[in-house]
Design a protein around this ligand. Structure first.
Ligand code: SAM
Length: 292
């Protein structure tokens, strides 16, 4: 008998109906129903039998099935308690999966990686709930948990923001944060027909391969990200005014002007014109002012 894979409309509906499951919009529930896309994600994530994989939001277990078949071990973190009995059923034939009923933003990923993978870098794979894409990605990076790569389905325009550089309207704090920690690469665009129910936005799978060494060195990473946030909070303002108006940045205007002048791009430059290296330089200027 062939296996009961969930990644098609018929089998997904059969499970949904069997459990009278009701999709929760508030949890960003759009389940994949296209086998080709599920296979592509797992392949692009480079999952092998050596790997421990963290899946965020397994839903009814569609991608989890394939992850279990390709990885050494999988932990699947799902917030919706109504999905837990369904997952226990759909994944019952796999002995290498742990289902965790929790909010991923509350999970100690460091501890999970230590417990399950001897603190070696883990692979994160997910069709993310779009309402918390950025907090999840930032948590994975900022927690400094050992992560090798993050291969995730996100809203198409969020993928574009992660990949783009200075001068583009999509360039912002997310682009800089992602590129500081990882090399982003869109691997496939996915139309709404591949999901149940269909989202009203386009989607892309993006792979974020974590850098071994960050591409810029900066004295105070936290300060650099405060500066980046302040620069993009008021996009249409000049960098000087953005930094001066921000409650996160407590430097006198005169120091801010000197720092911006040092960039050699004029005092009316906007944050969106600065590269990651320039933000690091700006941050180091403020760090050295503090230590005077
Ligand atoms: N992986 C499944 C698939 O591709 O068919 C489902 C993907 S669906 C876009 C997102 C999943 O994330 C849902 O199952 C949802 O309940 C779950 N989810 C939403 N917020 C979450 C959170 N904070 N922590 C863990 N899971 C969450």
């Amino acid at each position: 008998m062939s296996k009961f894979y969930l990644s098609n409309p018929t089998n997904t509906l059969a499970v949904i109906n069997r459990y009278n499951f009701v999709f929760q919009k508030k949890f960003g529930q759009n389940f994949l129903i296209e086998q080709g896309i599920v296979e592509k994600i797992v392949r692009e994530a480079g999952v092998t039998k050596e790997d421990f994989v963290l899946e965020i939001g397994p839903g009814i277990g569609t991608m989890t099935q394939l992850l279990c078949e390709n990885a050494r071990e999988v932990a699947a973190v799902e917030i919706d308690k109504k999905l837990i009995p369904i997952l226990e059923d759909t994944l019952s034939e796999y002995d290498n999966v742990t289902i965790i009923n929790d909010d991923i933003l509350k999970v100690d990923i460091h501890a999970l990686a230590a417990r399950k993978n001897g603190a070696r870098p883990i692979k994160v794979v997910a069709n993310l709930p779009y309402y918390i894409t950025t907090p999840i990605i930032m948590k994975l990076f900022e927690s400094k948990a050992p992560v090798d790569s993050i291969t995730v389905m996100v809203q198409k325009e969020v993928a574009e923001r992660m990949q783009t550089g200075p001068g583009s309207k999509d360039y912002g704090a997310l682009s800089l944060a992602v590129q500081y920690y990882a090399k982003p690469e869109v691997v496939v665009n996915v139309p709404p027909e591949c999901f149940m129910p269909r989202p009203n936005v386009g989607s892309s799978v993006i792979r974020l391969k974590k850098h071994d060494v960050c591409p810029v060195s900066v004295l105070d990473e936290k300060l650099m990200f405060r500066i980046i946030r302040a620069s993009f909070n008021q996009r249409r303002k000049t960098l000087v005014n953005g930094l001066n108006n921000s409650p996160e940045i407590g430097f006198p205007k005169e120091v801010i002007c000197r720092a911006v002048e040092k960039l050699g791009k004029g005092l009316s430059v906007r944050g969106e014109a600065l590269t990651l290296e320039e933000f690091a330089g700006l941050s180091d200027f403020f760090s050295s002012e503090c230590s005077k």
